[in-house]
Design a binder for this molecule. Structure first.
Ligand code: PGD
Length: 777
């Protein structure tokens, strides 16, 4: 199954559809899909990425693990590696998995393995690792995501599902035609719409917003950062972390001026009266007036009052970005957003209502496809133990301890082996010093990655994966019209292997080869998944070409459900289309959540004062509020060494944006290298002065590869600018335990020392095999 057009291969990445030019095993140019309205510039990182020096050339094992065998150690991340053959890696990995299973049971394997990996339905790293681990008896899994940890738990109680809010959201064409006012909490950052999990063939957000403006539609962006919305918009700046207080103030104005839609609240919602008691201060003696809100969030009383009146007057879409729930009490912003939209009574009306995630990823606003997608079966996992995904350090540090999650009292399992494929916890997790202490606990850490990421450097067994550019696959997502043939652009790099081939070999060695492979090569699997999917569609009376024709054509257009409005069916007939909440209605008050009895998440949306905020006591010591958001020049930590990402760096460091006042107060200028610190850690970054932000706010994107000044010191300063050395490793609440990495308080000072070189993209040190002592016994 070769590329039909040698030298120019069609491919799909999370950042869009493109054709890659290649020579000598490397991508030399990338051409976005011609019909894409606004291709992502992040595609530029792909050039030169296949043979970059940070690629893992071949199988590698940490020296100490070979010499002393498995066991807890604080040397992960600082010790040399030894090259081994594929046969030896297969043998070592199979033997270690068997040892752990025999002695401790499958529950002792953590296969949560969170991460975005690459586009492609078959080579999807999570599906591969989970299918493999299920074949050998299962693993402790993780639930929910770093993107949506709070939403994923709370929204099923409020709206009945959370993914439907994105996959069946009001589409951009409806917004462009019907919406009069978008009130965007968190803005609608175009940078994030460049990306879509699993790929995308079009980026319509910018043109939809332009069309809305051309019709006279208005946008209010509510964010500490002006560039969270590109183009004309009114900009309101609540103190970071106080959007819920501002929403409560808006809600209070609606009630006090009788602008709320009681008919909608009665017919379509449940529990509004309980919430209203809180809003009016009946339950706690504090009416959540516009003045009250203004005192907390800093937006003036008149701005809050005027905005509430305007929202009631116009066809209004209330949107909340995912970033707003990636912070302490993150459940409250989307829940309160739904409540506010319910009070306006426009949910289910074209152009009005609620949206969650516009500007968080490309998917919200795209039309869904009404078919199932080709999917690699993962089998079933007999192990019952699981954790909320962002509790990974808690789990490793506190085996046997109980914790709260979504109404359950669970126990952290005792993990002996961590098996990771397709993710980078040194990008996604908080408090990296704590993560390093946690990763010192298990007996063995296995990492599959194409690159020497910081996570790979903290592994004992490093499995070199191919990148998607080296493989054949199919891509499609639930909200894109194209099923796309991913033609390999280059041959496999060095001694890298597809994760599928690695797992096949280890499965074979463990006696479950036939179960894992079902007798197929990876290319046969790709064809098989397509044929299976073709069969489903035939059952729906939809004809598709046979595989060879599809592969030659390069893509196949699927029907989409255009013109959707979120919950239009529910509004039309709530009895026929009840929500999947306990009451079948929108739950402004949730009895189920109330009964859990959590102090940090009661039965209705509420304002909880955070620890990391500018009006709290902690701000006296760390007076700047750092927004650790998604990067503009790459996807997470992927291809941080790419040209687009590198062009943004300042003295090779990640740029930190600061208001002129914050810079002047500290004697700082554009281009200075600074030390950003708090009591958890420190990193270096390069100053970019920018007046389009709140004066006490600084912004440092996630994704600079963690680069400790002293790799042997778990608390070492990161010389590159990874904000997760500063963020707190605490969950959103007892309900969800979602990721809270978005906000953290810091202080900043000029770095006057000799600026250390960046070594994050260099492979680790290797020693010759002969110098390694054999383990005893
Ligand atoms: P990526 O950098 O995408 O980050 O965290 P995530 O771990 O997903 O990591 C993917 C890894 O997969 C890369 O190392 C890549 O090389 C590897 N890879 C790619 N293809 C393959 C393959 O085929 N096989 C294998 N084995 N590996 C492959 C993202 C997470 O970070 C997310 S989704 C969010 S939303 C969070 N956001 C924030 C935030 O807002 N603020 C903070 N402070 N922290 C966050 N962390 C979270």
């Amino acid at each position: 199954m070769k590329q039909p057009h040698p030298g120019l291969s069609q491919h799909m990445g999370h950042w869009g559809m493109f054709r890659a030019e290649s020579a000598d095993g490397e991508v030399t140019a990338v051409h976005p899909q011609k019909t894409d309205r606004n291709p992502s510039p992040v595609l530029g990182n792909l050039v030169g990425s296949v043979t970059h020096r940070s690629r893992v050339q071949g199988p590698a094992v940490r020296r100490g693990w070979l010499e002393r065998g498995p066991g807890p150690t604080d040397r992960r991340g600082s010790e040399e590696f030894v090259s081994v053959s594929w046969d030896e890696l297969t043998e070592l990995l199979a033997a270690e998995l068997s040892r752990v299973i025999d002695r401790h049971g499958n529950q002792a394997i953590y296969g949560g393995s969170y991460g975005w990996a690459s586009a492609g339905r078959f080579h999807h790293a999570q599906s591969q690792v989970h299918r493999f681990l299920n074949c050998i008896g299962g693993y402790t899994r993780s639930v929910h995501s770093y993107s949506l940890g709070a939403t994923g738990v709370v929204m099923p109680y409020v709206l009945g599902a959370h993914w439907k809010m994105f996959s069946r959201s009001t589409s951009w064409d409806v917004i462009a035609r019907k919406t009069e006012l978008i009130v965007a909490f968190g803005g609608i950052p175009l940078k994030n719409t460049g990306i879509n999990h699993g790929g995308t063939s079009d980026h319509p957000t910018a043109s939809a917003l332009d069309a809305l403006r051309a019709r006279g539609g208005k946008i209010v962006t509510i964010s500490p950062l002006r560039n969270d919305l590109d183009g004309a918009a009114r900009w309101l700046t609540p103190i970071p972390g106080t959007d819920v207080a501002m929403m409560l103030g808006l809600a209070y104005v609606l009630v006090s001026e009788n602008l709320h839609d009681t008919a909608f609240l009665d017919r379509y919602c449940t529990g509004y009266a309980r919430f209203e008691e809180y809003l009016l201060g009946v339950t706690d003696g504090t009416p959540k007036t516009a003045e009250w809100a203004s005192h907390i969030c800093g937006v003036s009383t008149s701005e809050i009052t005027d905005l509430a009146r305007e929202m009631a007057r116009r066809r209004t879409l209330v949107t909340v970005t995912w970033s707003l729930q990636r912070t302490k009490s993150g459940e409250q912003a989307p829940w309160m957003g739904v409540t506010l939209a319910s009070m306006l009574g426009q949910i289910g009306i074209p152009g009005g209502g609620f949206g969650h995630g516009y500007g968080s990823m490309n998917e919200p606003g795209l039309a869904p496809v009404p078919y199932p997608l080709p999917t690699l079966p993962q089998g079933s996992n007999p192990v019952k133990a699981f954790i909320p995904v962002a509790a990974v350090s808690d789990m490793l540090l506190h085996p046997g301890e109980e914790f709260d999650f979504n109404g359950q009292r669970l126990t952290y399992p005792d993990i002996r082996l961590v098996h990771w494929a397709g993710g980078n916890p040194f990008h996604h997790h908080q408090d990296l010093g704590r993560l390093r202490r946690a990763l010192a606990r298990p007996d063995t850490v296995v990492v599959h990655d194409p690159y020497w990421t910081p996570m790979a450097k903290h592994a004992d067994i490093v499995v070199p994966s191919t990148t998607s550019l080296e493989r054949s696959d199919i891509s499609c997502t639930r909200n894109d019209p194209l099923l796309v043939a991913m033609h390999p652009a280059v041959p496999r790099f060095a001694d890298a292997r597809d994760d599928y081939d690695t797992f096949s070999a280890v499965a074979e060695r463990l006696g479950v080869g036939a179960q894992f492979t079902e007798g197929r090569t990876s290319e046969e699997w790709v064809e098989h998944l397509y044929d299976q999917w073709r069969g489903y569609l035939r059952g729906m009376n939809v004809d598709t070409p046979d595989f060879d024709e599809f592969w030659q054509l390069g893509s196949w257009p699927m029907a989409t459900e255009d013109g959707l409005t979120l919950l239009e069916d529910y509004r039309g007939d709530p009895e026929k289309y009840p929500l999947r909440t306990p009451s079948g209605r929108i739950e402004i008050f949730s009895e189920v959540i109330e009964k859990f009895g959590y102090e940090d998440c009661i039965g209705h949306p509420a304002w909880y004062e955070p620890v990391e905020w500018l009006k709290g006591v902690r701000a006296q010591q760390f007076p700047l509020h750092l927004i650790a958001n998604q990067p503009r020049t790459r996807l997470h930590s992927q291809l941080d060494h790419g040209a687009r990402s590198q062009a943004s760096k300042v003295h090779d460091r990640e740029p930190i944006r600061m208001h002129p006042k914050a810079a002047t107060d500290r004697g700082l200028h554009d281009g200075d290298v600074v030390r950003v610190f708090n009591d958890r850690g420190a990193c270096l970054a390069g100053v970019v002065v920018d007046e389009d932000m709140m004066p006490a706010v600084v912004q440092l994107a996630t994704g600079a590869w963690y680069d400790p000044e002293d790799p042997a010191d778990v608390g070492s300063m990161c010389v590159h600018g990874n904000p997760n050395v500063l963020t707190a490793d605490v969950g959103t609440s007892s309900l969800s335990h979602g990721c809270t990495g978005q906000h953290v308080l810091v202080q900043i000072e000029r770095f006057d020392g000799v600026v250390p070189p960046i070594t994050a993209f260099d492979p680790p040190q290797f020693v010759e095999r002969e110098t390694v002592r054999r383990p005893l016994g």
